[in-house]
Design a protein around this ligand. Structure first.
Ligand SMILES: Nc1ncnc2c1ncn2[C@@H]1O[C@H](COP(=O)(O)OP(=O)(O)OP(=O)(O)O)[C@@H](O)[C@H]1O
Ligand SMILES: [Mg+2]
Length: 266
């Protein structure tokens, strides 16, 4: 998909012969080139890049997000040249070593999102809309069973993908609408100490239930902290408790489970 020689002219003019390296963090089929002060995201056109552009413009001045430098579409490919965030991903080695501060930063990040006024938000990802998207993905073979958490089909006991979809459809939660990132996982949040320096990857952002972001934050904390950084269950429990203490709310395990299961279809 990516050919440096075939970039749209406006983008090529901006980057000239500046040195870059390819980022290999993302796993959603996009290509990211990192320059000293800019990042270029290249991906197939579709709902996510469209959503991301709308929100980057709308969020400018409201939250620390990359500034759009150039946005182009050429031959079915979206090119988004934006400023590069400072700070470190919340899953970087240093952030995981200082996990207490990072958890506090994540809680601060969630509260920053919840303070945004949603009355003229241009994007929505409420459950009814997510389920329409999920059904479309399922019927068009876009849901990959191999990407699922194995527990969904073992401990959780779902027979197959349509069985999971039916469950989610029949058990829609009561939603508490806030401004939501939509994929609030550690690689999408940049931190410095106890503060957030920026939020990335806005393809699924918009109005949604408060628990959408909390659920994926909890899942990402567990994954990055335990499976990736090798910490034990007790440590994870301690930091999950710290997250809720900082948020000032009690965990709603049913909603956390619902949104983690819903995310399996994306
Ligand atoms: N503006 C930016 N500033 C700094 N780093 C960036 C920027 N844009 C992207 N990156 C880096 O590239 C990674 C992937 O970017 P992004 O999350 O937007 O892509 P994606 O393909 O949608 O990823 P995902 O796998 O989360 O779907 C980020 O985690 C970050 O490390
Ligand atoms: Mg990402």
């Amino acid at each position: 998909m990516f050919d440096i020689a075939k970039l749209p002219k406006s983008i090529a003019d901006r980057i000239g012969s500046l040195p870059w390296r390819r980022d290999d963090m993302g796993c959603s089929g996009s290509t990211i080139l990192l320059f000293e002060k800019m990042a270029l995201k290249i991906e197939k056109i579709g709902r996510a890049p469209e959503n991301e552009r709308k929100l980057l413009y709308w969020l400018d001045g409201k939250l620390p997000v990359p500034k759009v430098i150039e946005a182009e579409i050429q031959d079915g490919i979206s090119y988004l040249l934006m400023s590069r965030l400072t700070g470190e991903m919340a899953c970087s080695g240093d952030s995981l070593r200082n996990i207490g501060d990072t958890v506090r930063a994540l809680a601060n990040g969630l509260k920053m999102l919840w303070r945004i006024d949603i009355s003229n938000c241009p994007c929505s990802n409420v459950v009814s809309e997510k389920l329409v998207q999920a059904k479309h993905r399922m019927e068009n073979g876009l849901v990959d069973r191999n990407d699922f958490n194995p527990e969904t089909f073992t401990t959780e006991g779902f027979k197959d993908v349509p069985d999971l979809y039916d469950y989610l459809d029949r058990n829609r939660p009561r939603e508490d609408f806030v401004f939501s990132h939509g994929d609030f996982c550690l690689p999408n949040v940049f931190v410095s100490g106890r503060g957030v320096t920026g939020f990335l990857d806005w393809g699924n952002g918009g109005i949604a239930d408060r628990w959408q972001d909390i659920a994926l934050c909890v899942r990402s904390l567990q994954y990055n902290y335990m499976e990736y950084a090798g910490y034990g269950k007790e440590d994870y429990r301690k930091y999950k408790a710290l997250l809720f203490e900082e948020l000032g709310i009690e965990p709603d395990e049913e909603k956390i489970r619902y949104y983690i299961l819903l995310d399996e279809l994306f």
